[in-house]
Ligand binder design. Structure first.
Ligand code: GAL
Length: 416
């Protein structure tokens, strides 16, 4: 009874109250299973539970979400889609094109999402003018994380250029520590490649190669140089890097076994979860040479077509909860990301979060805010996976840099 009253009260002030007490309000498919991710997910679960929206958990482990997307396809094929699904960029658009997604226009209009969600995100949250997903955050991939105590101990200053980064890694390695904490998984290799390509060629080049898929850029001398830089980085990973999960690589930086990790700011969620202070214990800086530009990805909850009216109401209630400014602060300060709304203050965010928010706004203004290739915001999954294959094959020594650039042209052409 108590919850019903609360729901009625919410509805009476114009909120999007859940349609039922507790129980199976929403079934949520996601890949947030690491310590930091789970802590952030808990913020969402608790927020919804406070609004009497029940939570039916469908976690599919695997950084970057590839396994989750495979599980999703199986569920939809079986005619049993989950109500809400964590999803990235072009995947949202692909499902919308298949007619699989529901419509959030009513709640979006009532709450004025059009005015507060940046255009770069709306291009993924909307399909043919209709809201189909609610963005929960903005992450970016061109970050480097460093254990400050390790750098201090070795007298290494925060690198400001590519050469300084390489010199710093050499010094760490010479001191017997792991220079670059990395997990050999295709999506992690590709995440590093986002920043390396941006650093090597600049924003125009990144755009030409990954967003416009211009064969000249893909096969260019600049791309060969970017692959050469990947080979340089390859020298700094430890012998056990193959297959390692990204959060275990973060843990190596957190506990001082390694100095650096090149990873999206979900790594910050791990550092916070380990009790470290970003900006103090853990330094955050943009991949040298990428300052002023941001390669972003936004986690959104896409709502699948469900026929049950209660389920539809719960979807709107969940979307409304996600879009509330208070929730965006509570969630993103834990997740490592920044808000998906432009009207949220940075007060509650740590130093790296404040920088993330400022960088995002500046890049949007300068036209250097670009979708992450590695995280499905530059092109569709088929193209993304084709790029993954080449980057990983090169990282593992199957191609030299010249061959890799040529293969990149071929692989992208075949996948388009
Ligand atoms: C990204 C996602 C992040 C984080 C990361 C590692 O694709 O946007 O939220 O979870 O994968 O799993």
């Amino acid at each position: 009874m108590k919850t019903l009253t609360a729901a009625a009260a919410l509805a009476s002030v114009g909120g999007w109250a859940a349609a039922q007490e507790g129980g199976s309000g929403v079934e949520v498919l996601h890949w947030w299973t690491s310590g930091g991710e789970a802590a952030a997910l808990n913020v969402l679960k608790e927020d919804l539970s406070g609004q009497s929206i029940g939570w039916n958990d469908m976690p599919v482990a695997g950084g970057g979400g590839e396994a989750a997307m495979t599980a999703l396809r199986a569920r939809v094929t079986a005619g049993n889609p989950p109500t809400a699904v964590q999803m990235l960029g072009f995947d949202i658009q692909d499902w919308a094109a298949e007619g699989a997604l529901g419509n959030l226009n009513e709640v979006a209009a009532a709450e004025g999402w059009d005015a507060v969600v940046p255009a770069a995100l709306q291009q993924f949250s909307k399909y043919e003018g209709n809201w189909i997903a609610a963005p929960v955050n903005v992450h970016s991939t061109n970050w480097v994380w460093a254990n400050k105590a390790v750098l201090d101990e070795l007298g290494i200053a925060q690198p400001t250029t590519w050469d300084e980064l390489v010199a710093a890694m050499e010094a760490v390695e010479a001191a017997g520590k792991v220079a670059l904490a990395h997990g050999g998984q295709a999506w992690q290799d590709a995440t590093i490649f986002d920043g390396v390509v941006l650093s090597t060629g600049g924003p125009e080049f990144y755009k030409a190669a990954f967003i416009d898929l211009d064969p000249e850029a893909l096969g260019s001398e600049t791309m060969v140089q970017a692959f050469d830089r990947m080979s340089q980085l390859r020298e700094f990973v430890d012998d056990n890097f193959s297959g390692r999960d990204w959060n275990l690589a973060s843990a190596m930086v957190a506990n001082g076994e390694a100095a650096f990790q090149i990873m999206g700011d979900w790594a910050k969620g791990e550092f916070k979860n380990a009790g470290l202070t970003p900006g103090e214990d853990i330094l955050c800086f943009r991949m040298p040479g990428t300052e002023g530009a941001v390669t972003f990805n936004s986690d959104q909850f896409a709502m699948f077509n469900v026929t049950d009216e209660t389920a539809v109401t719960n979807q709107a209630a969940m979307a409304s909860a996600i879009m509330s400014p208070e929730f965006q602060v509570a969630f993103n300060t834990v997740k490592g990301s920044v808000p998906a709304r432009t009207d949220v203050a940075d007060t509650e965010f740590d130093a790296c979060g404040k920088q993330g928010m400022a960088d995002l706004a500046a890049a949007a203004e300068a036209g250097t805010l670009m979708g992450s290739m590695a995280h499905g915001h530059a092109n569709r999954a088929a193209v993304k996976n084709a790029i993954y294959d080449v980057v990983t094959a090169h990282f593992n020594g199957e191609y030299d840099s010249q061959t890799a650039a040529e293969e990149l042209v071929n692989a992208v052409e075949a996948a388009m």
